[in-house]
Every structure is written in C-alpha cells, then in structure tokens.
Design a binder for this molecule. Sequence first.
Ligand code: DP6
Length: 402
Amino acid sequence: MPEDRTEQPHIVTCTAPVNIAVIKYWGKRNEDLILPINSSLSVTLHQDQLKTTTTVATSRSFQEDRIWLNGKEEDITHPRLQSCLREIRRLARKRRNDGDSGVDSASLSHKVHICSVNNFPTAAGLASSAAGFACLVYSLARVFGVEGELSGIARQGSGSACRSMYGGFVQWIMGNKEDGKDSLAQQVEPETHWPELRILVLVASAERKPVGSTSGMQTSVKTSCLLKHRAESVVPGRMVEMTEAIRKKDFAAFAELTMKDSNQFHATCLDTCPPIFYLNHVSQQIISLVHRYNKHYGETRVAYTFDAGPNAVIFTLQQHVPEFVHMVQYFFPPETNGADFIKGLPVNCASLSEELKQGIGLEPMPKGINYIISTKAGPGPRVVEDPTQHLLLSDGFPKKTM
Ligand code: DP6
C-alpha cells in the first residue's frame, strides 16, 4: 500500500558530540542492558569539528519505523535501535500516564522516520556510534516531548553513547543494580571549565578494519585476567584521581593518567585470547614521539590515548599546540605539501629547532598520518531550531542531496 504523504509530520533535528575516554570502558557484565564492568570517564569533543545530526519525524501516515544513515536506508530491526525506540516510547507513555502535559500524546502511536549523518567521514575510523546513539535518543525524546535523564537509554544503544549526552568532562558510573537503573552518565565539569585544554585527533592510515569494540570486549571478558584485575582493583582509584586532576586542572596528572589508562586498555587487548592488536606501527611511533617530546622539555606537555583503532587522540594545552602539530607534520610528512593536513581550529605557525628534532631522534614516517583535526572540549546534544537544516523533507523522506 503506498504511504499517504499528505499528512504533515512533526519534525525535530538535533546534533550530538563524539567523546573520547581518558579512563576506558572495556567489558560488559550484562550484554542486553549494556552494563559495564567498570566506570569510565571521557571528554566531550566540540561539535564544530565532530558531530552527528539526526532528524526524527512522526506522522499518522507513516506505515512503519524507518532509518537512513549517511544516505543509505538501514535495518530498523537492529536490536540496539529497537531498545532505544522501545525505551523512549515507554518513558513517554509513563510520563503521559503521570499527567505530564509536555508529552505529545498524539505522536505516541505514530511510526517514526529517522535520518542521520556525521560531519566527518566514517572512513576516518572515528567511533561514530557514541554520537549516533546519543543523537538518536536525544532527538526521539524531543519529538515525543520527553525530558530529564536519558543517558540510561543512550547506554542501551552503545555503552559509550551515554557519555555523549553531556558536554565537558563526563563520567559513566557503572552502578551495581541488576536492572541497570543506576548505570548512568554524569557531568564532572562543564566544557567551560578548562578553556586552555586542546585536543588533536591524529587520523592514522589504517590498512585493515580492526575488531569491533562489542566483540573485542566480549572476548576480553571471557579470557583476560588482566581485565578483571583492571576493573576490580585499578579503575576505581583512577576514577577518583582523574576527577581530582580535572577539577584542579592539573595537566601533568591528567596527562599521565590518560596515557597509563590507554596503555592498560591495550595491554588487556594483548592479554585477550586470541590477542587483539589495535595499535599499529604509526600508533607506536606517536607514542614514542609524545614520550620523547615530554622528556626533551622535562615536563608532561602532551598526552595520547587510543580507542579500538590506530588513531591517536592527543591532549595538550593551547600554548603547545603549534610546536607539537608542526612536529607531527615533520615526523609524519604528509602526501601533499601540507594542504588540508590540519583541519578544525586554526593552528599558528611554529618553527622547530634543530635541537628539538635531534632530541626526538626518530626516523620520519611519510604518509603515516592522513590529517589532524584540531578541537577542544564542547557542549552536549542540542536542538537545531532552523527548519532548513532538517534532513527529512515535509513528506518525511530524506532530502535528495544526501
Ligand atoms: C575503546 O561503546 O563502542 O572506545 O557498548 O559494545 O557499543 P558497545 O561498545 P562501545 O565501546 C567503546 C570502547 C572504547 C572505550 C571507551 O569509549 O570508553
């Protein structure tokens, strides 16, 4: 039966950020509810550089729930998408029954059309599921008129997505209830707290697609006793130390803990059977570069962290960005003569002293890094008020330009 397109849908568009963990989440105690074996902490990246945009429409005329991701229709029956849809509808129904006037009762029985795009290439290998599920849950909540705590629903799309529901510095408290009601994200400090902090995403050239985080962490939970030790005896103390380092804006403490935690996460991957290798020779060269750079100055000026792939995320303070970026450019000479190598926040020119280059003492690795995205901490999800930005047309179908 053809869909009746004469009904005007109710349309909402929102954006949500990517986050990068400085205390890593790795391992679940409940696969369906997505409950972690340890708490984690992340920095929300600025949406001016990296974001997902999602439009959700509801209409009486829609025959079924449908979703388009980055221009292609995808399977809406995916269990994690279904969890998010079901939970938002359940929450909306509960609020309506409790007499909440904000809930759009009419749309509760309607089907939804969802359309979502990232402003960064999926090929860059940046984890997009966190921003994607955060944006989906935030937009669905808006369209149904639901407000309040939503991180517990985003968590059921992808664990790390719960942290993208807030800006700045965010912790995901693991909780201990069986139903997961206490496994939620919480803002530690807002994005305005540490304005000098800068973040550089070094997009490394990768030959192969690495093992996905969902299956990787399953194998780690089954086989790694280092992971068990980490979750039980290391992370609880690190959560306290990290929160304190952020609160005091103590860069050296923040940086050292960030690097240690990234390294321990990758050690648990190696302790997994069969072992998982996320770091490649470019990642290893970046690790050496950072340690040699810090040693050269006799202080911790720069930190790295790596997720389930070879891209590095670098933290540093604003004053060190130009020199460090130019050093990366020197030790990883780009294919072109540097055009488009640096994207995002502008980076001032800097010259590298011979003494520094020699002090680092590494062999340059041509084309190891595709490009750098320069960014900072940013806010949580937002509603886009401008209707021209909707990704779905008034008939509820995606714009042709996508
Ligand atoms: C290494 O959130 O992608 O990025 O919950 O199975 O969807 P699922 O996994 P996901 O795992 C992220 C793992 C990580 C560390 C982190 O972000 O904390």
